[in-house]
Design a protein around this ligand. Structure first.
Ligand code: NAD
Ligand code: MN
Length: 361
């Protein structure tokens, strides 16, 4: 029987609540299917670690992750530590250090969930956003000098490289090709940003020639927000730079009902390193420690992790349990207008996983 070595990094805030919930659901799945098992190792990195050691994770932390099959991540962010310290010290350090250059964010309206869009049938919104995850606006290149003086200057340089753009475009076209509609929208801003974004457009056109069966179009990022709201069914797979996709995917999550549901994977498509799966939400200071966090985003991230590991049947079993739970308003957490707790939702998903008929081998 295959044993998957999974690193769990709960991090901060509600990450400490939803990651144990995700682990509980995965353990229930392994017990029910008896097809594989998990060897979880928890890494208590984050703001508490920072307060004790002055860093968000130890220097040799990446080495400890490299031997794993996948990583399940909660959130980094603490009311007492600046956000750029928590983000760069942990999540971005892992994404960049393990070169997880493709961030993948599926968005659908799950059964029982209401979209704020008035004229949108559930099937109209079925997107996967591919976010360039290694460079662009979040390259980390820049600096700040003469702090506090009138001549103070600060820069954040947006860097695009031919290698970086080619690999994310190829990944996005391949993903679009694998979906029924075979449609890709390339988000850009090459009207205003006339160097790097023009390169981005040029490489999109070049790579498209390798995928003659994929229909693709180009949309400026500002127009893309309006299109997501007004014509959701016109979109399928979407590729955008780090910053653009960061913003578009929070909009996508809100349109699909709640930030608490949305999952993501930070993928190394070449599988040189483990990939990392996480709910897209943050630490949620307003509800942390209260047992109110919606664990669905973590469960759906666990489904993405199972798919990445090749456990397609088990992933389907977990996704069906998730959709049965979201269909029941009595099991909605507060972000969905309900009053269920993290524990109630988790127990319900685990019970459904255990009850599901065993699929024929
Ligand atoms: P947030 O996602 O933490 O919260 C935004 C709102 O959504 C809050 O009202 C929160 O209660 C609600 N919410 C989010 N997830 C929820 C869930 N699972 N269940 C119920 N409600 C949920 O975003 P923010 O307030 O912008 O950021 C708070 C902190 O988290 C900051 O320090 C930020 O840097 C960090 N953050 C980290 C990540 C990450 O690690 N991937 C992502 C986003 C924000
Ligand atoms: Mn974000």
């Amino acid at each position: 029987m295959k044993t998957y070595r999974i690193a769990t990094i709960p991090g901060d805030g509600i990450g400490k609540e939803v990651i144990p919930a995700g682990q509980q659901a995965l353990a229930a799945l392994a017990a029910a299917t008896r097809a594989f098992s998990f060897d979880f190792e928890r890494f208590d990195w984050g703001a508490d670690y920072y307060r004790a050691h002055g860093v968000m994770m130890p220097d040799d932390g990446l080495g400890a992750l490299r031997g794993k099959d996948a990583i399940l991540f909660g959130s980094a962010g603490d009311p007492g530590v600046p956000d750029h310290v928590t983000l760069w010290g942990l999540r971005l350090k892992i994404c960049q250090g393990l070169d997880q250059y493709a961030n993948v964010r599926p968005t659908r309206i799950l059964p029982g969930i209401t979209t704020p869009l008035r004229h949108c049938a559930p099937g109209d919104l079925d997107w996967v956003i591919v976010r360039e995850n290694s460079e662009g606006e979040y390259s980390g290149v820049g600096g700040r000098v003469h702090q506090g003086y009138p001549l103070e200057v600060a820069t954040d340089l947006s860097i695009l490289t031919r290698v970086g753009v080619e690999r994310i475009m190829r990944f996005a076209f391949r993903l679009a090709q694998s979906r029924p509609r075979k449609h890709l929208t390339v988000v850009t801003k090459s009207n205003a940003q006339r160097h790097a974004m023009v390169l981005w457009d040029e490489i999109a056109r070049q790579v498209s020639q390798e995928f003659p069966d994929v229909v693709w179009d180009k949309e400026l990022v500002d127009a893309a927000t309006a299109r997501m709201v007004n014509r959701p069914a016109s979109l399928d797979t979407i590729v955008a730079t780090n910053l653009h996709a960061d913003i578009l995917s929070d909009l996508a999550a809100a349109l699909a009902g709640s930030l608490g549901i949305a999952p993501t994977g930070n993928i190394d498509p070449e599988r040189r390193n483990p990939s990392m799966f996480e709910p897209i939400h943050g630490s949620a200071f307003d509800i942390m420690g209260k047992g109110l966090a919606n664990p669905i985003g973590t469960f759906w991230s666990a489904v993405m992790m199972l798919e990445h590991l090749g456990e397609i049947q088990a992933a389907g079993r977990m996704m069906r349990a998730i959709e049965t739970v979201t269909a029941d308003p009595a099991l909605h957490t507060r972000d969905l207008g309900g009053s269920a707790t993290t524990a109630q939702v988790t127990d319900a998903v685990c019970a459904l996983i255990e009850q599901a008929p065993v699929a024929a081998a």
